[in-house]
Design a protein around this ligand. Structure first.
Ligand SMILES: Cc1cc2nc3c(=O)[nH]c(=O)nc-3n(C[C@H](O)[C@H](O)[C@H](O)COP(=O)(O)OP(=O)(O)OC[C@H]3O[C@@H](n4cnc5c(N)ncnc54)[C@H](O)[C@@H]3O)c2cc1C
Length: 428
């Protein structure tokens, strides 16, 4: 195992085949760094904090540890199911962060965090010192929560909750399904990433069925909850575009799935067994594994943080952002992760320089497109009250129920431009 100090790291980058010469900016040789910030996870949260940390203070060395060579966005990945979007359009590389912002990108998996020694250990055998660490690993599944639902079962009943092969598998199953087949979506309990995601997905699956002469088919959503984000707006969209095709079954109406049977292609609730032609199981979730392994999560499975700086309430000098952290009323979304990352970068810059941390403000909008050309949204603006993030009263809200067709079209266009803007902000 190698122990890498700050000085050694440039040498390491230059000599490691997997990283290539583009992994660091030549300018960085001339810079004497004030501090080193390591970031684990190069998704919406981690990649944003990497860029904004370097913008806030170019004298801080920023190392981003990301296990994948490219990032595939989950946001808008439901559109893969209707072939309105390609996987390529959701896929981004780290060249911008490396070449324009001087972020040192290491494609490796962080396997251990040593909060006392202030070190990160990677699967590739590196040990890296840090002054501050940001952990943004996203979510992990609670594979044990639904009896019989494990990694092997997800090859038969895809979750499609990490965009990629699983999303394509779900699409193949839907395209192969006969007319009259029943599609089952198993929706998880709160909290989980993308609260409106399962309901947007139901709409787009219905769109696929309706336009591929499978309109005798039905979709049933078995839910572990009694309500969900933008419920009235989704139900309105379903009735308008796919009357009678989508049925939502709440937890109180025996909607909570307790087990699955992959051989029978069935889900089992407390009182019944339901067979499906295609079954999409979105399991209960918790903070990404590295956060849990490092003891950053509490008994809820998520990571408590100081909501001003996103510094862990359990281990000092470690910040947790994005889906993995507990951020009051902010939903687990790409937009939340992006805004938390900016607050976190500004706070770390202040902490490194010994100045007061700035007064944060936070924002989120979650767009959903339950039918092509039909957009709806929920938006929130947040501020700090005492030590807690609270929603600013009168700011944000949901799309009106009585919006015109034109307004729904505009919101669908906004959803697309939101995606273009946020991914340009982070990756380009
Ligand atoms: C179907 C679907 C639709 C969605 N639509 C929207 C939307 O329209 N709008 C919206 O705002 N949000 C949407 N989301 C939610 C959004 O994708 C997440 O909230 C967001 O990705 C969270 O960002 P993050 O940085 O916390 O985690 P992620 O983006 O998941 O990034 C985590 C990264 O960490 C890496 N990683 C994890 N562990 C390690 C490790 N040990 N070492 C190295 N790397 C590691 C992973 O490879 C990954 O790249 C959607 C989600 C889904 C599933």
């Amino acid at each position: 195992m190698t122990h890498i100090t700050r000085r050694d790291f440039v040498k390491y980058l230059a000599g490691t085949a997997g990283l290539g010469s583009a992994a660091y900016s030549p300018l960085s040789h001339a810079v004497k760094y004030q501090a080193r910030v390591i970031i684990i996870g190069g998704g919406y949260g981690g990649a944003t904090v990497a860029k904004y940390m370097r913008l806030a203070n170019p004298h801080v060395e920023v190392i981003l540890i990301e296990k994948k060579q490219q990032y595939t966005s989950c946001a808008l990945s439901n559109e893969i199911l209707t072939r309105e979007r390609t996987m390529d359009s959701l896929t981004f590389n780290y060249d911008g962060l490396k070449n324009f912002y001087g972020v040192r990108v290491m494609h490796d998996e962080a396997t251990e965090i040593e909060p006392v020694k202030k070190q990160v250990v990677t699967r590739g055998g590196q040990t890296l010192d840090y002054d501050r660490l940001v952990v943004s690993p996203g979510v992990a599944f609670r594979w044990d929560a639904i009896e019989g639902y494990n990694k092997a079962a997800s090859k038969v009943m895809p979750h499609a909750w990490f965009a990629g092969e699983q999303t394509l598998l779900l699409r193949r199953q839907l395209e192969a399904m006969d007319d009259g087949g029943r599609v089952i979506i198993v929706a998880p309990p709160n909290p989980y990433k993308c609260p409106p995601g399962p309901y947007e997905r139901a709409g787009l699956i219905a769109h696929h069925l309706k336009h591929h002469k499978k309109d005798k088919s039905k979709i049933q959503i078995f839910d572990a909850k009694d309500k969900f984000a933008k419920k009235a707006l989704f139900e309105q969209a379903w009735e308008q575009h796919y009357p009678g095709m989508i049925q939502w079954i709440s937890a109180s109406n025996d909607g909570k799935v307790q087990a699955v049977d992959t051989k029978k292609l069935a889900v089992i609730t407390e009182f019944d067994e339901h067979k499906g032609a295609v079954i999409n199981v979105i399991p209960p979730q918790k903070a990404g594994l590295i956060a849990e392994q490092a003891g950053l999560a509490d008994e809820s499975g998520w990571c408590p943080v100081n909501q001003r700086t996103f510094e862990s309430r359990i281990h000092q000098d470690i910040h947790v952002i994005g889906d993995a952290c507990i951020a009051g009323p902010m939903p687990k979304s790409a937009y939340s992760a992006n805004t938390q990352a900016k607050v976190c970068a500004a706070a770390i810059d202040a902490l490194i320089s010994g100045s007061p941390t700035p007064e944060p403000s936070y924002v989120n909008t979650c767009y959903s497109i339950p039918a092509p050309g039909h957009g709806i949204s929920v938006a929130g603006v947040y501020r700090l009250e005492g030590e807690k993030i609270v929603a600013v009263k009168g700011a944000g809200g949901v799309s009106p129920l009585d919006a015109s067709e034109w307004e729904r079209k505009i919101e669908a266009a906004y959803a697309r431009s939101w995606f273009k803007n946020i991914t340009s902000d982070i990756f380009l």
